[in-house]
Design a protein around this ligand. Structure first.
Ligand SMILES: *Cc1c(COP(=O)(O)O)cnc(C)c1O
Length: 523
């Protein structure tokens, strides 16, 4: 077979590039990679089977007549294509991943070992209950840990991500309000410091969303929130710790006022990693809260999944929680799949998913919990907070830290673009960090801080690793303050430079079209 190498073309030298372009477009061992369609053509094939002898009319006239349009590559060519692409990615297994709000921590290999045990990995969701008692025990034990750690009453395990958990909580709140004839409550209050999924969830569930302002020290304006409570308010959604990396200290005062006004408290608990073992949200008056298993309890995530967002409920909301759930009986575990009149779950609002949730994430999270133990989990939170404060205090002299004067942060440190040279902005700092070998921090979020840079180191980074990251960001920050023009064209060493992200989002090109061949075009 022939290899169509039309995809290989020298990289264009970019403005401001000191390095000459290479013939291949490769930069040392960082290999350039075209689309698979550009490497292999439909005219070639990676296999040499004889043409099949088809029985005449055997396919009922459905025999394909046009080429299938897949590039024909051999096995080594295919392996190399995907391996080259994978090398252009950044991963938690390569280095520190400072994305704020995402909790990119190391995933212990022990979790993976356990998740791959055939009894868990090969489980079918329709396996008869008496043949998967061990798996149900895992779900039940994890549920017990989650309820205990949060000081809540019950937990719904099935939601498949944080945002899915938020929807689960809001639907339970709606069912509870309907049950007491207060379905007319149509407003959900969301502080400015909440995660963006909160207002999106409330709107998706059909509620009007109202912002509650933040105070200058980055917390919810408690007085403004309490003043807004009334008979139209169904719930408030509070992220705690919030997206400025700060603990909402007035949580109990807020919950009491919300309950007195007949509404419910939803807490976005995706950042539970900062308080696990130290604070029980149940003690703060929370009615529903999702926990991102894929953040607090490790388990690999990013790039869209997989996730798992169990929701813990207060006693008031438990009767409205979704099905199914696992129940321990005298002779083993059973799955409760339907509402039963007179039972404690009779008011259930329905289901979030067809089956029982993300089994692979349950096994990973429970492994993580059991290998840390209660005291270990508490240390996870303490070390995550310690590391974030180390980053905050190590950089506050070169980067503006808007809330640094108010005291320590929780699990993430926030900086703004104040003080960068004219014309240099947050995105330039982030792009220059790529040249230093780090994935950028979360940028321009939360919105309450101008040009925000949100950094969450997590507890799994060593001091040496943190020092290297701090050194890199410090050097970039110094260049940004001095107005180094090289920052505007960074990254200089990455396989791709500055992409038109707006155009890519607005007009994505999702289908490859064969370019008009040069010869045909010349005619
Ligand atoms: C990550 C996160 C979410 C959303 O979780 P997903 O699993 O991505 O849906 C919601 N709120 C906060 C505070 C988060 O950090």
């Amino acid at each position: 077979m022939t290899i169509n190498q039309s995809g290989w073309r020298p990289a264009r030298p970019l403005e401001g590039d000191a390095e000459p372009a290479t013939f291949t477009g490769n930069r040392a061992l960082m290999l350039e990679e075209p689309l698979i369609f550009e490497i292999g053509s439909g005219a070639t094939t990676g296999v040499d089977f004889d043409a099949p002898a088809l029985p005449a009319g055997g396919l009922g006239g459905l025999l394909r007549t046009a080429p299938i349009g897949l590039p024909g590559l051999s096995e080594p060519e295919t392996v190399r294509h995907y391996t080259r692409l994978s090398r252009q990615n950044y991963a938690i297994d390569l280095g520190l991943f400072p994305l704020g709000s995402c909790t990119m921590k190391h995933n212990p290999r022990l979790n993976e070992r356990v998740a791959r045990m055939p009894g868990f990995a090969d489980l079918h969701p329709l396996t008869p209950v008496d043949a998967c008692q061990g798996a149900l025990a895992v779900i039940d034990q994890l549920a017990h840990w989650l309820v205990t750690l949060t000081g809540m009453h019950s937990v719904a395990m099935s939601p498949k991500a944080g945002a899915h958990g938020e929807l689960c909580g809001i639907l339970a709140i709606r069912a509870a309000l309907d049950a007491r004839g207060e379905g007319a409550r149509k407003t959900i209050l969301v502080p400015e410091s909440a995660h963006g999924t909160n207002p999106a969830t409330a709107a998706f569930a059909g509620y009007a969303v109202e912002d509650i302002p933040a105070t200058p020290d980055g917390r919810v304006d408690t007085a403004a929130l309490i003043a807004r409570l009334g008979p139209d308010v169904a719930a408030v959604m509070i992220t705690n710790p919030n997206t400025c990396g700060l603990f909402e200290r007035d949580m109990k005062t807020i919950s009491d006022a919300v309950h007195a006004a007949g509404a419910f408290v939803y807490c976005d608990g995706a950042n539970f990693n900062a308080i696990v073992g130290r604070v029980r949200p149940g003690d703060l008056g929370v009615d529903a809260m999702h926990i991102n298993l894929h953040k607090t309890f490790s388990t690999p995530h990013g790039g869209g999944g997989p996730g798992s967002g169990p929701v813990v409920f207060s006693a008031a909301l438990s009767p409205y929680a979704p099905l199914p759930f696992v129940e321990k009986t005298a002779d083993g575990f059973r799955l409760v799949e339907e509402e039963t009149a007179g039972e404690h779950h009779a008011g259930s609002f329905g289901r979030m998913t067809a089956f029982h949730g993300q089994m692979g994430m349950f096994t990973r999270a429970l492994t993580y919990i059991l290998s840390h133990g209660a005291d270990g989990l508490r240390q996870v939170a303490e070390d995550a907070v310690l590391n974030a404060n180390y980053v905050l205090r190590s950089l506050q002299d070169v980067l503006d830290a808007p809330f640094a004067a108010a005291g320590p942060c929780m699990h993430e440190a926030i900086f703004s673009d104040a003080g960068l040279a004219e014309g240099v902005s947050t995105i330039d700092v982030a792009k220059a960090l790529i040249d230093e070998g780090f994935h950028p921090m979360t940028m321009y979020f939360p919105l309450v801080v101008h040009g925000a840079m949100l950094i969450e180191p997590t507890e799994t980074e060593s001091k040496a690793g943190l020092d290297q990251f701090i050194g890199a960001l410090r050097s970039v920050a110094e260049r940004a303050k001095a107005g180094d023009p090289g920052l505007k064209t960074a990254p200089h060493h990455a396989p791709r430079r500055r992409l038109d992200e707006t155009l890519a989002a607005r007009r994505p090109v999702l289908v490859w079209k064969e370019p008009v061949a040069a010869a045909a075009a010349a005619e």
